[in-house]
Design a protein around this ligand. Structure first.
Ligand SMILES: Cc1cc2nc3c(=O)[nH]c(=O)nc-3n(C[C@H](O)[C@H](O)[C@H](O)COP(=O)(O)OP(=O)(O)OC[C@H]3O[C@@H](n4cnc5c(N)ncnc54)[C@H](O)[C@@H]3O)c2cc1C
Length: 259
């Protein structure tokens, strides 16, 4: 490789890294992961090994190994609160999220309101509120985001995660596989971040599936079902009498006949 080629290769990769740090705000690209590797249980931030070999079948994708106490896959409300809670309790955490911003269904991409406990807003019927980290976020948003801009809300969630030094945040990163340590224990997950041409193997003691639709469980070979179960399945009086195939968000032709 000529000197010029080498310069071009380095600069191309640097450009990708810079773009990854600013657009995806990935910690590895932005340099917020500590150097060297850390083993699970060391009560510190996750560690990564130095970039290792190129991935078989690709001349450009780099394989990296990251270890932590906890891996959370999916950065919606479930995932980001799980990651923050684990970090506050001393665990090193890798939070893997396949979108550019956190929040899942309540991010600026989808824009659902968080209203599980209280039914807040015009239809408020109770004084109950979400508590814990959700309430922290909502109080912060009340102070910082009086215009209720969803882009500012994205930043509030991002800031809350980035305040935790034990969390390594991998945005724009898709969990696409799981390696099993035994027949019923996950040993590692495979994560692809095409925007920076990186492939990660992430190892941890605990794996948390917050993908909203159970992708990690499915990758691990767990049994699953889809749709709405019948009352009889779990003895739930408010479930429909008969099971139906629709998942959350899909209109049910029984309730919404075609017009
Ligand atoms: C149509 C509809 C309307 C709703 N309306 C409301 C409402 O008004 N108020 C309310 O409180 N609730 C509402 N809900 C329910 C609410 O959206 C869910 O309860 C909530 O989003 C669940 O949060 P979550 O973090 O589990 O999942 P999600 O919000 O789905 O977050 C999971 C995230 O994981 C990411 N992910 C998935 N697979 C991978 C992978 N392989 N690798 C990396 N990341 C991955 C996804 O991109 C997603 O962003 C509604 C749901 C639907 C479908």
């Amino acid at each position: 490789m000529s000197h010029k080629d080498s310069e071009e290769k380095v600069s191309r990769r640097d450009v990708l890294k810079t773009a990854g740090a600013s657009a995806a705000a990935g910690c590895l690209a932005g340099g917020c992961a500590p150097g060297g590797s850390a083993s699970p249980g060391q009560n510190r931030a996750p560690g990564q090994t130095p970039a290792s070999e190129k991935v078989t079948g690709s001349r450009v994708v780099t394989h990296r190994v990251v270890s932590a106490d906890v891996v959370v896959v999916g950065g919606g409300m479930a995932g980001l609160t799980a990651a923050i809670a684990a970090a506050r309790n001393g665990a090193s955490v890798v939070l893997v999220h396949d979108r550019l911003m956190l929040g899942g269904n309540c991010s600026s991409e989808v824009r659902l309101h968080i209203k599980g406990a209280d039914g807040s807003g015009a239809g408020k019927k109770t004084d109950a509120r979400e508590s814990g980290i959700i309430e922290e976020l909502r109080l912060e948003e009340a102070a910082k985001n009086p215009q209720r801009s969803y882009s500012v809300w994205d930043l509030v969630m991002y800031e809350w995660v980035k305040r935790e030094p034990r969390i390594l945040l991998l945005l724009n990163s898709h969990c696409c596989g799981a390696g099993m340590a035994s027949h019923d224990r996950i040993g590692e997950v495979l994560v692809s971040r095409p925007g920076t041409e990186d492939l990660f193997t992430v190892r941890a003691r605990q794996y948390v599936d917050c993908t909203g639709d159970g992708r990690l469980g499915a990758e691990a070979g767990a049994e699953f079902r889809m749709g709405r179960e019948a009352q009889s399945k779990y003895g739930e009086s408010m479930a429909p009498p008969a099971g139906r195939p629709q998942a959350a968000g899909q209109l049910d032709p029984h309730d919404h006949p075609p017009v």
